[in-house]
Design a protein around this ligand. Structure first.
Ligand code: TYD
Ligand code: MG
Length: 472
């Protein structure tokens, strides 16, 4: 018999193949859970990575989150018993809004983003802001030495901020420090560099990231500390990154932007304490990130005179209207399979709009390469952008510029009908504020009229094409 080296992980507790209910196994490489031990993980195919998880302790709890352990509380009791502690506003409006109106005490947050996008810069600046409001703040870096963090702080003009710095990666030491120091806010940069010494795999692996995030999240709840964790999103290894952490934390923010652009967008993709999809807009300058309080003006600032292929979409990001330019290019394709390239929008949605234009309006795009770009590095996900996309595509295809100073919005259905977009009035007001004089938006829904703005209300796509581009 050949002894497989993987057998060393086999559980030895002698239940002779009959599992106790609480026993479970997980793969230290991909995090998949299994009911039985085996030498190879079915999920990721790695050998010798499955280990038995420590069973959940069933002893009496030292502390519990509310009421006595095992007892439930009537909701109304809970709400009269204690009013929630106040949120802390850091004073940077763009950040406070994305947080849902300030930092909630005892909350766990994840800030994800590509390496080098500016997460450490953002959080060091935020740490300084929060510290200056009187909230005790600790910034724990697992990536840089304290001296390096201090150097960065000096460059950002924050050297006198009362932030405590620590360079540490051992989770146990960090939790001990936090317990002793009792800060109001702790920033952990980054979750991938942290390691729990009771978990038997390398830092950055799924098991480690999950264990560290779990420990930190429950520490936040138990000790009333707000903890912000930084997570790198890597192109190939998204799974080992923040994805496994997302469901554990209260709030997930993603820091987005194109490396070549100076604009950065902080987006709430999940928030237990505020609206999701809220965005904060920042600009990367030589002295760190500066907030941009009027993003519409910024996204439209690069717009030249009206040209074919350009349409201005009046969108809503979170609770705020944002105007953004959509740019399309349509050209004869040298390829048998024409190109469809999209930046900042959903490529499936583009395919749908091209299909609707062809089927309902008889405007073919076969044999034509189509490029679509959202200017400024913003990612648009609203269906209300459909009509603006169609406008940009047709304008590019017909080589006709859309009327100047016009915004477009509305959803296109597969039948070619147009659906009104929510918050029409807010969109129109924002357009008017930025000097636009006309708008094209579907009829129906709650009509908002805004003084100084001419409204065109097509009922379907055919009508829109006829009105905007003549015979189509
Ligand atoms: P960083 O915050 O280190 O990114 P992350 O933590 O997400 O990996 O940001 C690094 C980039 O930001 C780097 O390319 C340089 C740029 N930067 C500035 O442009 N201005 C500044 O003041 C700072 C501190 C960084
Ligand atoms: Mg960093």
């Amino acid at each position: 018999m050949i002894a497989h080296k993987g057998l060393k992980n086999r559980p030895t507790s002698g239940t002779k193949g009959r599992m106790v209910k609480t026993t479970s196994f997980s793969c230290s490489a991909c995090g998949a859970t299994h009911t039985r031990w085996s030498g190879r993980c079915d999920a990721c195919g790695e050998w010798n990575t499955i280990t038995q998880d420590a069973p959940l302790s069933t002893g009496p709890a030292k502390k519990s989150l509310g009421g006595k352990r095992g007892q439930s509380i009537v909701l109304s009791d809970l709400s009269t018993e204690e009013t929630p502690p106040p949120r802390t506003l850091c004073g940077v409006e763009e950040l406070d809004r994305v947080l849902g109106g300030g930092l909630v005490p005892a909350s766990a947050l994840l800030v994800g983003g590509d390496p080098g996008i500016g997460k450490s810069t953002l959080l060091l600046q935020a740490a300084a802001r929060f510290a200056r409001t009187g909230l005790k703040t600790i910034y724990v870096s697992g990536e840089e030495a304290s001296a390096q963090v201090r150097m960065r702080a000096r460059r950002l003009g924050l050297e006198d901020a009362p932030v405590q710095l620590a360079a540490e990666t051992n989770l146990r030491d960090i939790l001990t420090t936090l317990e002793a120091e009792k800060p109001g806010l702790a920033i952990i940069d980054s979750i991938q560099t942290m390691w729990a010494d009771n978990v038997d795999s390398a830092p950055g692996s799924v098991s480690q990231v999950r264990a560290a995030a779990h420990e930190l999240t429950s520490f936040a709840k138990r000790h009333g500390v707000s903890i912000i964790m930084v997570g790198h999103v890597t192109k190939e290894g998204q799974i080992a990154g923040p994805r496994v952490v997302e469901h554990m934390v209260d709030t997930v923010l993603y820091f987005e932007g194109e490396r070549g652009h100076q604009f950065r967008i902080l987006r709430a993709v999940k928030n237990r304490f505020g609206p999701a999809d809220e965005i904060g807009v920042f600009e990367m300058t030589g002295k760190g990130l500066a907030q941009v309080t009027n993003p519409s003006a910024l996204f439209l600032s690069e717009r030249g005179k009206p040209s074919p292929g350009s349409a201005v979409f009046a969108g809503i990001e979170g609770t705020r209207p944002v105007l953004v330019e959509l740019q399309a290019l349509v050209s004869p394709s040298p390829h048998s399979q024409p190109r469809r390239t999209v930046v900042g929008w959903d490529s499936g949605r583009l395919a749908m709009i091209l299909a609707v234009l062809e089927a309902r309006c008889g405007i073919p795009f076969a044999g034509l390469d189509v490029y679509l770009n959202v200017a400024g590095g913003l990612k648009v996900s609203e269906p209300a952008a459909d009509l603006a996309v169609a406008a940009a595509l047709l304008s590019a295809r017909e080589d006709t510029a859309l009327p100047a100073d016009t915004v477009v919005f509305g959803e296109i259905s597969l039948s070619g009908a147009l659906r009104p977009a929510p918050q029409t009035e807010n969109r129109l007001k924002e357009a008017q504020k930025l000097g636009f004089t006309s708008a094209i938006a579907p009829a129906g829904g709650k009509t908002g009229t805004v003084a100084g703005l001419t409204l065109t209300r097509p009922s379907d796509l055919v009508g829109f094409v006829g009105e905007t581009f003549g015979a189509g």
